[in-house]
Design a protein around this ligand. Sequence first.
Ligand code: FES
Length: 154
Amino acid sequence: MTLSLSLTVNGDRHEVHLEDARPTLLDVLRERLGLVGTKKGCDRGQCGACTVLVDGRRINSCLTLAMSVDGAEITTIEGVARNGAMHPVQAAFIDNDAFQCGYCTPGQIMSAIGLIAEGEAGGDPERIREGMSGNLCRCAAYPGITEAVRDATE
Ligand code: FES
């Protein structure tokens, strides 16, 4: 039996047909829709590299069955720039040198956008670090990441 899944991703509507209910949102985004900006790090909810927004809330897409978000609005890193201009969080990451290898950066940026929208962290570095604690950076660019999120919050 084929399952039908409807997703709006970065404003574009997609109908995806799945053989079964097992594919994760991460695999559908990367392998079916070609949106490879969302990264697969651990594939088990530990690193945050796969963070996307589902109806405005940040989630680990590797832990989310695609069928569970049928009908949802998804935002990935490919969808945050507008009219050729970077999202303020993207610009803040560049201004603050908030990456080294860059592999975790899409997830960091999506998590930061979600955190700022939640309005919980304000500009407080400690709360930003706590709010971003689900996103690991093997290069340990954490000071720059915290500064970038703080700048983007102001
Ligand atoms: Fe999803 Fe690591 S790939 S949390």
